[in-house]
Design a protein around this ligand. Structure first.
Ligand code: AMP
Length: 593
């Protein structure tokens, strides 16, 4: 299967209008179209109040499973979609993953199937990928965990037919699957579809991108005519609207304007890095954050080589790509969820729909093909209302894509620098302090153990004449191991890059100002703060300071860092290691005469 993507599509005005133009469908119930602002999901802490779901009229089994899941209140998409689906209406929903859309269609369908005694499936859910199929099936299973004799089966490619066939032979209520495998089972007669009375197309735009349109239409044509149809899509390109027009009957239309809100929880950053420094830059980023990370790369080959390199640096890593058998992929995701693996190196297709709450950082090691891919990638973090971070690697050639990406997603992606030795070493020190403090004996409740360790200490003091400091140092050395604790590889390329290559990115002055504001995190060490004795009382503004510095010295405006103006003085971050002559010129600088 080939992804039909256009690497230049950030530029595509056509795509922009397809995806963002909320121009309504020519459907009968336009006046009923609901546009809803999404909010972060609430995750239960402590007392559970199920009132939020009671009004939908769900049976006790569903309410009980929601209680077990810790869901307090319905999300906006659930509030809007559940009543419509309970009434049996068709539904066209524009919503991203992370909005709670799975429960929005799963809960009412489970409710409607509560007393189903028939053997054949009544609901079919189609998803673009195996991963999403597994996830949606898991959601159905957990929401119906308290409902007796409710069966959900997932059917997708890459796994043996036999288990799927025998599962489909027994009683089944919901079948979730990918188009190719669904077609196979229908053709072979192993999936009986005559009782299907509801079809859900999940992530329809993604199915379209993956070239499934014909398959979807073929499947729809095989299903009984009289059925409820639900179509969810993150974007609404014309093709999706056409499918909706063709197959949906008087649908309720819901638009969750969530793209901004949801991605706001994700702090989006980019760093400029030349191709040959990418792996080093990645390792440096992982020094600051290495628990719950997904790294996106373009090729399967790269997933393995990067994973190997990271493993050699001591990380717990796994690979997710199309070559890995399905059961192994499921196992990998499970281990990631449980914390046995910290880092996943994945290709886009393999990581579609991945929903792992502990993902805190997404690294776009290779630039994404288009904005949908980018949005999907970064959406692997910031799940269920949590916050997350996404870092995009950009090289000189990709700078135009970066600007187009910012425009088309209407977000600001902030620039950061590759962490230098100084930053990394500070972080290592911080971690060491935490670790030593966490494992301090005072916290050990076992008195017997304590006594034994104190014996060891006494022995060290008496037998080897070690004092407290020596013992502590030796213990720390043991923790650190043989390798050098501090990084001391040559990092001059980072400093050079910060001062020169960033300038070449040639971003507009707004971006420059924006960048300077967040230089606190990674960049402090490449700047030095200069104090000037002019300030607000002198009527000085940022623009005056920049132009004076640039006019009086050879300092480029883009390499000026943070500027803070106080009443009678100003602080300006300037590149470290300025030439003495430049420093002298700075001393004589005049602003607004
Ligand atoms: P989805 O958009 O269906 O992929 O769901 C995103 C995440 O939100 C999943 O981890 C769900 O378990 C979680 N979720 C869905 N509905 C709720 C809710 N009402 N309250 C809390 N979490 C929810």
């Amino acid at each position: 299967m080939v992804l039909k993507k256009d690497s230049n599509s950030f530029n595509s005005e056509q795509e922009k209008s397809q995806n963002e133009d909320p121009s309504p469908l020519e459907l009968k119930n336009l006046e009923n179209k609901k546009e809803i602002e999404s909010q972060p999901l609430e995750v239960s802490e402590g007392n559970y109040n199920e009132n939020g779901f009671i009004d939908f009229g769900f049976n006790q089994s569903i309410l009980s499973s929601l209680r077990n899941k810790g869901y307090k209140n319905p999300t906006p998409i659930q509030k809007a979609a559940i009543p419509e689906l309970m009434l049996g209406r068709d539904l066209l929903g524009q919503a991203q993953t992370g909005t709670g859309k799975t429960a929005a269609f799963a809960l009412p369908l489970i409710e409607k199937l509560a007393d189903n005694k028939e053997l054949n499936a009544k609901v079919l859910v189609m998803t673009p990928t195996r991963e999403l199929a597994t996830q949606v099936a898991e959601s159905f299973k957990s929401y119906s965990s308290e409902s007796s004799n409710f069966k959900t089966v997932a059917i997708y490619g890459g796994t043996d037919y036999r288990n799927q066939i025998s599962a489909l032979k027994r009683k089944v209520d919901v079948v979730v699957g990918t188009p190719g495998r669904i077609m196979d089972h229908i053709r072979q007669g192993t999936f009986k579809i005559k009782d299907i009375n509801c079809l859900v197309l999940d992530e329809a735009d993604e199915m379209l991108n993956m070239g499934f349109l014909e398959d979807i239409e073929w499947i729809i044509d095989q299903l009984p005519e009289n059925k409820q149809m639900v179509l969810f899509s993150a974007t609404m390109p014309t093709e999706i609207r056409n499918i909706a027009k063709k197959y949906l009957n008087d649908p309720a239309e819901i638009l969750i304007k969530s793209v901004k809100k949801e991605t706001q929880l994700i702090s989006q950053k980019f760093l400029y890095v030349q191709r040959h420094h990418k792996l080093d830059a990645l390792k440096r980023i992982l020094e600051l954050n290495n628990e719950g990370v997904i790294i996106f790369v373009r090729t399967k080959l790269l997933t393995t080589s990067i994973a190997e390199a990271l493993e050699n640096s001591g990380h717990t890593v796994a690979v997710l790509n199309g070559d890995i058998p399905q059961n192994q992929r499921e196992n990998t995701v499970d281990r990631l969820k449980k914390g046995f693996i910290d880092i996943l190196v994945a290709t886009d297709v393999a990581a579609r729909g991945l929903d792992v709450e502990r993902i805190k950082l997404v690294v776009n090691y290779d630039f994404p093909f288009d904005k949908e891919t980018y949005t999907h990638r970064i959406g692997r973090t910031g799940r269920a209302g949590r916050s997350g971070e996404a870092i995009l690697f950009v090289n000189q050639r990709e700078k135009h894509f970066l600007r187009n990406l910012e425009n088309s997603t209407r977000t600001t992606i902030e620039e950061i620098n590759i962490p230098s030795n100084k930053i990394i070493n500070e972080k290592r020190m911080e971690k060491l302090l935490e670790n030593v403090n966490d494992s301090s004996l005072a916290k050990d409740e076992n008195e017997e153990n304590k006594a034994l360790i104190i014996d060891v200490l006494d022995n060290l003091k008496e037998k080897y004449s070690m004092d407290d400091t020596n013992i502590a140092m030796a213990a720390i050395n043991l923790v650190i191991g043989n390798k050098s604790f501090f990084v001391n590889e040559d990092d001059s390329w980072i400093h050079k890059q910060n001062n020169t290559d960033r300038n070449r990115l040639n971003r507009n002055s707004n971006n420059r100002m924006r960048n300077s504001n967040r230089r606190n995190n990674y960049q402090n060490d490449s700047f030095e703060t200069y104090k000037f004795n002019f300030g607000k009382y002198d009527g000085v503004r940022v623009a005056n300071i920049i132009s004076s510095i640039c006019n009086s010295t050879n300092i480029n405006g883009r390499s000026i860092g943070k500027i803070q103006i106080f009443n009678d003085y100003s602080l300006v971050d300037l590149p470290r290691d300025l030439h003495r002559e430049t420093k002298n010129k700075l001393k004589k600088i005049k602003v607004r005469n």
